[in-house]
Write a protein that binds this ligand. Structure first.
Ligand code: NAP
Length: 352
């Protein structure tokens, strides 16, 4: 599909597209001729794509930011710059880059805004690059902008072996915090221990009782699960503690389409917080959706610049799939059993 040399006429762009959110199985591989590059964009030949839990929610229509009608999912990628628009600066053909995109990521070629691209760190392969931007931005925003983490503080990180979770554990430690992770499955404990984290709880059915038994209290909790886990975590906050919420994995559809009855039941039973109680107990709840950052160019640039200055080990890529195996990759992520990042690689069996 992709030719070598400078002549790019006749090149096809390959992508995964769904005609409409609602049923994950309707995601289909398609191709179309590559159009001319807009003057304000940088063209990237994609080599790897990072999968995010948000992709599953977008495909099943449970994500408020999902585009209406047909769309290409995907929020982050890495690859090589092939062409730079006349009005862009800072990049040149051949540069190895990683970047974020507001949907459109599951594609062999991406015409990116230069502001949302950063150079791939020296020595990183493309899968690590694709595993880095969205989860690291999420963890950093939660810990610094909302969490206001200070050295010595105890941080509870849910789904600590996942994409965002593992980056949050590393960043919390880099900021001087003391992270305690939770996982839903005992199999994930060793992966965290290999990454240098030994304070890990395998969540029990009665998580509130487990926290009381362990005598754990926290200054900060990062939660993207919701429900009883979230309520118990809030109850375990110390005075001045912050609960930062950025997802609701408990709503994950178990089939290819959401079970709206089950979702409605969970929604009705979701935790609710009383601001008067928050005043008297000195604890607070904060929440965010990073998709908002796409409209805030200056804030996005500032966050990416901050992150490039944080000395961090490369992200853990737990699972690699060829571009054509997107359904298997999404099924693994949705199962809740993945460790580290799930990545699609373009170019293994996809070039012809
Ligand atoms: N608001 C934002 O801007 C933003 C940005 C990025 C990500 N997020 C959210 O952050 C969370 C992590 O994202 P990620 O892409 O890094 O995913 P991930 O953590 O790699 O995978 C999701 C994890 O959720 C946990 N989980 C809990 N209940 C589950 C259920 N019923 N079904 C399946 N999994 C369940 C599982 O880990 P354990 O069982 O070990 O807990 C699973 O591995 C997601 O909820 C995502 O929506 C939010």
């Amino acid at each position: 599909m992709r030719s070598g040399g400078d002549d790019r006429s006749g090149i096809e762009r390959v992508f995964w597209q769904t005609p409409k959110a609602g049923d994950i199985s309707r995601l289909e591989q398609k191709s179309a001729p590559l159009g001319a590059l807009p003057a304000d964009r940088v063209r990237v030949d994609v080599r790897a794509i990072g999968l995010n839990f948000a992709d599953i929610f977008a495909l099943t229509g449970l994500y408020s930011a999902t585009p209406t009608g047909a769309f290409i999912p995907g929020l982050e990628f890495s690859g090589t710059v092939s062409e730079c628009g006349a009005d862009t600066s800072g990049f040149a053909p051949g540069d190895r880059v990683m970047g974020v995109t507001r949907f459109g990521g599951y594609a062999s070629v991406i015409d990116s805004e230069p502001d949302t691209l950063i150079p791939l760190p020296h020595g990183w392969d493309f899968t690590r690059g694709a595993a880095w931007p969205a989860q690291t931005l999420t963890a950093w925003y939660a810990l610094t902008r909302l969490g206001a983490l200070r050295p010595g503080q105890q941080v509870l990180v849910h789904s600590a072996a996942g994409g965002v979770g593992l980056q949050a554990m590393k960043l919390a430690r880099a900021l001087g915090g003391e992270p305690v992770g939770t996982v839903g499955n005992r199999d994930k404990v060793s992966a965290l221990s290999e990454q240098g984290f030994d304070r890990v709880l395998v969540r029990e059915k009665d998580f509130a009782r487990q926290l009381r038994r362990e005598g754990l209290r926290f200054d900060l909790v990062l939660d993207a699960i919701g429900g009883a886990v979230q309520q118990a975590s809030f109850d375990a906050l110390k005075p001045m503690g912050r609960l930062v919420v950025f997802g609701a994995a408990e709503f994950t559809p178990t089939g290819r389409r959401p079970n709206y009855l089950r979702a409605a039941w969970r929604y009705l039973r979701r935790p609710r917080y009383d601001v008067m109680d928050m005043i008297s107990s000195n604890r607070s709840v904060l929440a965010f959706n990073l998709i908002w950052l796409w409209e805030q160019k200056a804030e996005m640039r500032a966050l990416l610049a901050e992150l490039q200055a944080v000395p961090l080990a490369p992200p853990l890529v737990g699972h690699r799939f060829p571009f054509g195996d997107v359904h298997a990759a999404l099924a693994l992520l949705r199962s809740g059993r993945s460790v580290g990042k799930v990545v699609l690689e373009y170019g293994i069996r996809d070039l012809s």
